[in-house]
Write a protein that binds this ligand. Structure first.
Ligand SMILES: *Cc1c(COP(=O)(O)O)cnc(C)c1O
Length: 442
């Protein structure tokens, strides 16, 4: 049973708060958790219960909650200043962080434009690509290529280049022109080869009308952890580039180690013209985003002030100093903890557990790239689930009293462990998931 305090919070939440992507009518009947504290891989609620953070607080947390080094970096900056504007002024940590990002990013990305969330980082990349093309005299380039089921955020430009049908149904009349390329669910195999051939045909049809191609490299997270191989993506990128399109890698989810390398583009073996980061940039601590661009893109905006060629975009909290401070401390921890080495070991441990899970009734398919994982559910006899039964949601709810917070995408269970999780914590998380699937599906 919940404490009086938790019950009181629930009543007051339901009286005034509107939650993202939430059917409030369902929320009003639910039994919400109130997370009050975090310790390492655990979230702690207002009743003092501990939960493994199985999706890294929506794909953001990197080194654990309450990491002393990260907390301290924010405190130290707070003694100086919490925020000053980046419009017409600069600050030291934004310079340090820009240098650091350029050093770790794929080759050629030499310029850093800050904002404060994933949607703005992609919105900025799309506007930058478009304005750069316009200012290069390529005024016929008005179409963006996207991958089927792409997700790039929720502002209208980001929704335009997304192709999740559910969102397009409502906002369709407000969106600009894009062309959607077939993308596989699973890497390798016939499906992927077919998608590639069809995507190449569609791209070619667009000729020099393409302004840019925006894609989530290797893992399309919000699509339901759809995955493709470099052998699918790379030829498409090369073709789009040869047609004059600017390549925009949306690494908001895949960036900062989740796929096993610092950026997924390292595995694709090609440098994009623009690269979007957010979620893990600040270690998952504070809203901070950065869109990286090549010098060639940057140069399309250089002119005398009277020509009005500057990039017409900026957010009030651009390059917030507290965010920059914790981002720098997070990148330091990557080196000191050998985070990428730990991710490799953890990926192997996860693969071992997932092999066992894949033989369990109720599990149809599993996809894994690094520590990004999708587990597709089915009925115990292997038949399709009725989506209206909300099985994925029920599995995640069942996991809570067992000690894990998970969030599904439809009937796909997402696992995205914090990069610093221990072997024992991964074992616990996998046991809980297995028990919850057994309890709900059987
Ligand atoms: C989460 C996400 C976004 C949007 O980021 P927000 O911070 O939620 O606006 C964009 N692209 C990808 C690939 C994402 O996973």
């Amino acid at each position: 049973m919940h404490s009086d305090r938790t019950a009181d919070l629930a009543a007051r939440d339901k009286a005034h708060v509107w939650h993202p992507f939430t059917q409030q009518q369902q929320w009003a009947e639910s039994d919400p958790l109130f997370i009050e504290r975090g310790e390492g891989s655990y979230l702690i609620d207002t009743d003092g219960e501990y939960y493994l953070d199985g999706v890294s607080s929506l794909w953001t947390n990197v080194h654990g909650h309450g990491r002393p080094e990260l907390d301290e970096a924010i405190r130290r900056q707070l003694e100086r200043i919490a925020h000053s504007t980046f419009l017409g002024l600069s600050h030291p940590l934004a310079v340090d962080l820009a240098e650091k990002l350029v050093a770790i990013a794929p080759h050629g990305l030499n310029r850093v434009f800050y904002s404060d969330n994933g949607s703005t980082s992609t919105e900025i990349a799309v506007k930058m690509a478009f304005q750069a093309q316009q200012q290069r005299g390529e005024t016929q380039r008005v179409v963006f290529a996207t991958l089927q089921d792409a997700y790039h955020g929720d502002t209208l430009g980001a929704v335009s280049v997304g192709s999740i049908a559910l969102f397009h149904r409502v906002f369709g009349p407000l969106l600009f022109e894009t062309v959607s390329l077939p993308a596989p669910t699973t890497p390798g195999g016939d499906e992927e080869a077919k998608c590639l051939a069809e995507a190449q045909r569609i791209l070619a049809e667009q000729g020099d009308r393409l302004a840019g191609f925006i894609f989530e490299p290797l893992v399309q997270g919000a699509a339901g952890m759809k995955m493709h191989s470099p052998a699918y993506l790379r030829p498409l990128l090369e073709q789009a580039r040869s047609q004059g399109a600017l390549l925009i890698a949306d690494e908001v989810a895949t960036g900062f180690g989740r796929t096993g390398t610092m950026f997924a583009m390292e595995q694709v073996g090609l440098s994009p013209d623009l690269l979007c980061t957010a979620k893990g940039l600040s270690g998952g601590y504070l809203p901070l985003a950065a869109t990286l661009a090549t010098e060639a893109v940057y140069e399309a905006f250089l002119a005398s002030p009277a020509e009005y060629k500057q990039f017409f975009h900026g957010h009030t909290f651009t390059a917030n100093p507290l965010g920059c401070a914790v981002a720098l401390a997070s990148l330091d921890l990557f080196e000191r903890d050998d985070t990428l080495g730990h991710v490799r070991a953890m990926s192997e441990q996860l693969a071992h557990h997932l092999g066992r899970l894949s033989r369990q009734p109720g599990v149809r398919a599993i996809r894994q790239r690094g520590v990004m994982i999708g587990v597709d559910l089915c009925a115990a006899d292997g038949s399709d689930l009725d989506p209206a039964a909300l099985t994925g949601h029920r599995v995640c709810m069942d996991a809570r009293p067992r000690g894990a917070v998970l969030r599904p995408l439809g009937d796909t269970i997402v696992l995205m462990p914090i990069l610093s999780m221990s072997e024992g914590e991964i074992t616990d998380l996998m046991r809980i998931l297995s028990e919850s699937i057994a309890a709900v599906v059987a």
